[in-house]
Design a protein around this ligand. Structure first.
Ligand SMILES: Nc1ncnc2c1ncn2[C@@H]1O[C@H](COP(=O)(O)OP(=O)(O)O)[C@@H](O)[C@H]1O
Ligand SMILES: CC(=O)N[C@@H](CCC(=O)OP(=O)(O)O)C(=O)O
Length: 345
């Protein structure tokens, strides 16, 4: 048994502890090292209420194509998700890749056209969507996560009937508009996702759905797919990572972020929102209406934004809560995301 060692167990990649070196054996050296490690212990202890609160809970994280800004951010995203998994949560990643799809279409000389915020998807476009989401973006995320161990398993909504959809029409100026192979989710089959979670894995899901007649596949907005999955899994939290700080109250005129919204407040606000935020906020609304405890839109450009959101009272972004969700103590710092108390997240 090691008593009062500066570190009971070295991190796998850390240099071997220098306990046995002559310098470390000098009486002052041990005391000083213990002292310098204390802030780390405090940070860990600060996270205890959140760790307790979220243990064993499912968190669906939507990683948007616009938030995948650089290699460092993507690596930090993967670290956060693996951290959640090792902290006893059950993270599920649903990813987008809109900009990546548009780039590939441009390379092929195909145009990207959006109506009501959704990509007009011809059968030819659908092939590119599937190739980019399942063959590139998903593979990259799975690879980044699996640098930390055999954790992530990639799937699309087609696999094991996870997502089934029917054709979705958009509405533009009050008129129905045909978007081609864009789908509206009609059923979510969570068996395969739950089995992976029970097995300690991290499912990484591309936003593509099968059609009920198995005739073809549908392009699904990734925010919508993440929200449907969060609801079907009975997730604790839906976390949408994007390229802005959260929902701006008066975008683009001001950058004042709305930190907390109830379902009723969001319902009133929704008709006024501009296109990028519409699927996100509709998704948050659907998720919370269907039992997800909180849905959050956070800034994916901030390194470790997921950990900040889950484990600290420095929560960032916009949080959507049920109407009867307890209002946090207004006197507490960062009131919208203050430390969890009974019934709070
Ligand atoms: N009220 C709003 N608050 C914040 N962003 C908004 C708002 N209305 C529209 N947007 C736009 O929505 C964008 C995010 O949506 P999107 O580009 O689809 O991102 P992602 O790829 O992460 O899904 C922002 O970059 C911003 O331009
Ligand atoms: C129907 C529809 O618009 N599908 C999206 C799917 C990807 C997506 O949603 O990616 P982001 O999350 O990065 O925006 C698209 O084709 O761009």
């Amino acid at each position: 048994m090691t008593v009062n060692a500066p570190k009971a167990e070295a991190a796998p990649e850390a240099a071997p502890d220098s306990d046995t070196s002559p310098a470390a054996d000098e009486p002052g050296a041990r005391g000083a090292r213990r002292h310098t490690a204390l802030p780390k212990a405090r940070i860990l202890i600060e996270a205890l209420p959140w760790l307790t609160r979220h243990h064993g809970r499912t968190v669906v994280i939507k990683f948007g194509g616009n938030a995948m800004v650089d290699e460092e951010l993507k690596a930090a995203f993967a670290q956060d998700v693996v951290f959640l998994r090792h902290a006893g949560l059950r993270p599920v990643v649903v990813h987008g890749g809109g900009p990546q799809i548009s780039r590939q279409l441009a390379r092929l000389g195909l145009e990207s056209e959006f109506k009501a915020g959704l990509r007009v998807t011809t059968p030819e476009t659908m092939e590119v969507v599937r190739m980019v989401l399942a063959g590139q973006v998903q593979r990259e995320l799975v690879g980044l996560l699996n640098r930390h161990g055999p954790l992530a398993v990639g799937m699309t909504g087609e696999d094991a009937h996870i997502l089934t959809a029917v054709k979705r029409l958009a509405e533009v100026d009050g008129e129905p508009v045909d978007l081609g192979r864009v789908g509206e989710i009609t059923a979510v089959e969570t068996g395969a996702v739950r089995a992976l979670l029970d097995n300690g894995r991290i499912p990484v899901i591309s936003s593509i759905a099968r059609s009920a007649d198995d005739d073809h596949v549908y392009n699904i907005n990734a925010d919508t797919a993440a929200a449907a999955l969060a609801a079907a899994l009975g997730a604790e939290t839906l976390m949408v990572l994007t390229d802005v700080e959260g929902l701006y109250a008066d975008w683009p005129a001001s950058d004042e972020v709305i930190s907390r919204l109830t379902v009723s407040e969001l319902e009133r606000l929704l008709p006024e929102l501009a296109s990028g935020m519409v699927p996100k906020m509709e998704g948050c609304l659907t998720a919370v209406r269907n039992g997800v405890r909180t849905a959050r839109v956070i800034d994916g450009r901030v390194q470790h934004s997921i950990l900040l959101e889950i484990f600290t009272d420095e929560g960032i972004g916009t949080m959507v809560v049920p109407d009867d969700h307890p209002v946090p103590n207004a006197a507490a710092p960062a009131a919208a995301h203050a430390a969890p108390t009974e019934g709070e997240s």
